[in-house]
Design a protein around this ligand. Structure first.
Ligand SMILES: CC(C)(COP(=O)(O)OP(=O)(O)OC[C@H]1O[C@@H](n2cnc3c(N)ncnc32)[C@H](O)[C@@H]1OP(=O)(O)O)[C@@H](O)C(=O)NCCC(=O)NCCS
Length: 237
């Protein structure tokens, strides 16, 4: 399985709009696995329409899942806000059941979530990445500078939100998404990434641990219906 941190077509193809339904295109895809660059030739790669129609071939990633299937990581667009609102709410309800009060989770609104995502994307088009499988958005991850007083924000990035739709959990997509945002933050000059997670959210903490984020001792209380402890995990890039 390969993780990809950038797609580069041959110069002659850059910016062209293809019809992936009708024909296959030969593309030279440059794969960056961790920090090593591994060029591959993939003559069977079919790119979805939006990907090419946008004409922006950089800052996207194609991650090959197996011979037949790939997923794409890209920046969220305003048109994605509705589905992001739905994923946000369904992921909260499943992940936070038994932690956050039921009435709080029941009252969550996908419309409010969509509005929040739309405003966020308009404010900063490069702070939320989405991962797509078969043309469907499976989840998203929001990034930015860290504003914790004990961390220099010029050196420290933060993962603010990371949610996949429950049907996509534990299929390796979170790993691909987080590696992409890590690369993005590295390109912005960040040397460390932090994130805050509910102390009782054991599955996600296991995920972050598996990705190299260790609890660094910081802990504080937040209110989500009731006061709840959150802990900070951090990783040096
Ligand atoms: C947390 C989340 C983003 C992880 O994404 P994912 O695609 O499910 O994770 P991956 O499949 O890439 O998992 C990679 C590794 O992390 C660890 N991991 C992931 N989920 C885990 C779980 N539920 N329990 C224990 N370890 C887990 C495993 O080591 C896993 O590797 P393996 O499957 O080979 O054993 C996703 O599950 C999610 O959206 N959860 C609900 C929302 C949430 O709590 N978000 C965090 C808010 S701070």
């Amino acid at each position: 399985m390969q993780a990809v941190c950038g797609l580069h077509t041959e110069p002659a193809n850059t910016g062209k709009c293809y019809s992936p339904q009708r024909q296959k295109r030969r593309l030279r895809v440059q794969v960056e696995d961790d920090l090593h660059t591994l060029p591959i030739e993939n003559e069977n790669l079919r790119l979805p329409r939006f990907f090419l129609a946008s004409g922006k071939l950089f800052h996207y990633a194609i991650c090959q899942m197996d011979d037949q299937e790939y997923c794409i990581v890209r920046w969220a667009q305003v048109a994605d806000a509705k589905i992001l609102g739905e994923i946000h709410v369904s992921s909260w309800r499943k992940a936070y059941g038994g932690i956050v009060p039921d009435d709080f989770l029941a009252a969550l609104s996908t419309e409010t979530g969509a509005d929040m995502h739309q405003r966020g994307i308009l404010r900063n088009p490069k702070n939320k990445a989405v991962i797509e499988v078969r043309g469907q958005i499976a989840g998203f991850c929001g990034i930015g500078d860290c504003h914790d007083s004990d961390k220099p924000s010029e050196d420290t990035g933060e993962i603010g939100v990371m949610y996949l739709a429950p049907s996509y959990w534990r299929k390796g997509l979170g790993s691909k998404l987080i590696r992409w945002v890590e690369n993005e933050l590295r390109l912005r000059g960040k040397k460390e990434i932090v994130l805050w997670v509910l102390e009782a959210n054991t599955p996600s903490r296991c995920f972050y641990e598996a990705m190299g984020y260790r609890h660094d001792g910081a802990r504080k209380m937040v209110t989500i219906g009731i006061p709840l402890p959150v802990v900070r995990h951090s990783k040096t890039l």
